[in-house]
Design a protein around this ligand. Structure first.
Ligand SMILES: [Zn+2]
Length: 231
C-alpha cells in the first residue's frame, strides 16, 4: 500500500492532535523507512519481478525484520515508548504505536502472500488487493480522501503557507500515486534513490505544514454552536 499509509497519518491527527503530522507520517511509514536501509545493508531483499501482482512489479521475498507481524508489533511498542519518553504524551504514544502496526495490517491486505509472520518462520500472509489495480486505487483513493478531510477539519491554517503547503502536498501525493498506478515497469536503481529521497522530502514537508497549521479545539467554535451545559 502507498497513499493508504499517508491516509492513516492524516486521519490520526484527529485522534492525537499533539504529534506533528511529520511524526505521524514517520510512524505510519516506519516499516517502509526501515526496509530500504536494511536492503542497502544487504540484510533484506527485493527483486524486480514484472507482473508479481497487477499493481507492483517487485517480488518482496525477504523482509522479516521490517515487515513481519512479530517485529512490527515490537517496532510499534518501541516507537510509542520512545515518543512517550520524549514528549510524555500518553495518547500520542498510543496512536503513533497503532500507526506503526497499521502499516503491517494494510500491507497484509495489499500484498500477495509474502508478508512474514515472524523472522525464521516460513508462514506468510497477504490478501492480494494488489491483484486488481481498480480495486487498489478505489480502496486507497477512498482512504486518502477520508484522511485528507479529517486532517483538514481537525486543523486550520495559521497563514498562507499552512494552506498552500498542505494542499500542495496532497496534490503531489495524488500525482505520484497516479503515476505509480499507471507504471508497470520496475524502477532502476537511480530511480529507487529518487523514491527514497522523495519519501524523506514528504516527511520534512509534513513537519513544515504542521508548524503552519493549528489544531481546532472546541473553544474555537462559535458560541451558538456550543451545547448548553444544562441539556
Ligand atoms: Zn510496507
Amino acid at each position: 500500500m502507498f497513499i493508504g499509509h499517508y491516509a492513516v497519518a492524516l486521519a490520526a491527527k484527529k485522534a492525537a492532535p499533539k504529534p506533528s503530522l511529520g511524526t505521524l507520517l514517520i510512524s505510519a511509514q516506519f516499516l517502509d523507512l526501515l526496509f530500504p536501509i536494511l536492503a542497502l545493508l544487504g540484510v533484506e531483499h527485493v527483486r524486480p519481478d514484472p507482473g508479481n501482482t497487477a499493481f507492483t512489479p517487485y517480488d518482496f521475498y525477504d523482509y522479516p525484520i521490517s515487515h513481519s507481524l512479530l517485529t512490527s508489533i515490537a517496532w510499534s511498542i518501541a516507537f510509542g515508548l520512545v515518543y512517550f519518553a520524549i514528549r510524555r504524551d500518553r495518547k500520542g504514544s498510543w496512536v503513533l504505536g497503532i500507526c506503526v502496526l497499521s502499516h503491517w495490517i494494510l500491507d497484509a491486505i495489499s500484498h500477495g502472500p509474502d508478508m512474514p509472520i515472524a523472522p525464521g518462520l516460513s508462514a506468510y500472509v497477504g490478501l492480494g488487493l494488489w491483484n486488481s489495480v481498480p480495486a487498489t486505487v478505489a480502496v486507497e483513493g477512498a482512504m486518502f480522501l477520508v484522511g485528507v478531510i479529517l486532517y483538514a477539519r481537525t486543523t486550520t491554517a495559521k497563514d498562507r503557507t499552512g494552506t498552500y503547503a498542505f494542499w500542495g502536498l496532497i496534490a503531489f501525493l495524488a500525482l505520484v500515486y497516479a503515476a505509480n498506478a499507471i507504471n508497470r515497469e520496475p524502477a532502476s536503481e537511480s530511480a529507487m534513490g529518487i523514491v527514497g529521497l522523495a519519501a524523506l522530502i514528504i516527511i520534512f514537508w509534513a513537519f513544515w505544514i504542521d508548524r503552519h497549521r493549528s489544531v481546532i479545539v472546541a473553544t474555537d467554535l462559535p458560541k451558538e454552536n456550543a451545547k448548553p451545559s444544562s441539556v
